[in-house]
Design a protein around this ligand. Structure first.
Ligand SMILES: [Zn+2]
Length: 158
C-alpha cells in the first residue's frame, strides 16, 4: 500500500515536470533557430564581394607567376648578351694589339732618309771627304757627297 501511493505521487509529479522540461527545450530551440539564420543571410550577401576579392587575388597571383617567368627569361637573355659582348670585347682587344706597331715603325723609318743632304766634298784624287769648314772644301777636283761617303779628312774630320 505504501509503495502504491509512492508510485502515483512520483508519476503525478513527473509528468508535469517532463512537459515543463520539454516545453523549455522547444522554446530554447525556437529561440536559437532565428539567430543562426541571420549570419547565414549576411554571408550570402557578402559572398559576391568575397568572390570578387578572391578573383582579384587569383589574378594577381597569376600575373606574378607570369612576371616571374618573364623575369627568368630576361635574365637568361641578359646573360647571353653579356657573354657575346665579352667575346666581342676580347676579339676587339686582340685585333687592336696587332695594329699599333705598324704605325710606329713607318714614322721612324721615314726620318733618316730626308736628313742626308749633300753638304760634303768628296775629292776625286784621294777619295777623302771634307766638311764645309775645311780648307779643301770644293777646292780640289771632286763632287758633293753625303756624310758617310769616302774616307774622312784627317784635318776636318769629314
Ligand atoms: Zn777636310
Amino acid at each position: 500500500m505504501n509503495s502504491n501511493t509512492h508510485k502515483v505521487l512520483s508519476q503525478s509529479v513527473l509528468i508535469p515536470l517532463m512537459t515543463l522540461v520539454g516545453g523549455l527545450l522547444v522554446v530554447s530551440f525556437a529561440q536559437d533557430n532565428p539567430e543562426p539564420a541571420r549570419p547565414a543571410a549576411e554571408s550570402q550577401e557578402a559572398h559576391p564581394e568575397l568572390q570578387k576579392i578572391r578573383d582579384g587575388i587569383n589574378r594577381v597571383l597569376e600575373e606574378n607567376a607570369r612576371l616571374k617567368e618573364e623575369n627568368a627569361q630576361l635574365r637568361k637573355e641578359n646573360q647571353q648578351l653579356r657573354r657575346l659582348l665579352a667575346e666581342k670585347a676580347a676579339a676587339g682587344k686582340a685585333s687592336n694589339q696587332v695594329t699599333p706597331p705598324a704605325d710606329g715603325n713607318q714614322s721612324t723609318a721615314a726620318s733618316p732618309g730626308s736628313e742626308s743632304p749633300m753638304t760634303y766634298w768628296l775629292s776625286g784624287s784621294n777619295g777623302q771627304r771634307h766638311n764645309s769648314r775645311c780648307r779643301y772644301f770644293k777646292i780640289s777636283e771632286g763632287r758633293l757627297c753625303g756624310p758617310e761617303e769616302g774616307k774622312p779628312c784627317k784635318l776636318c774630320g769629314g
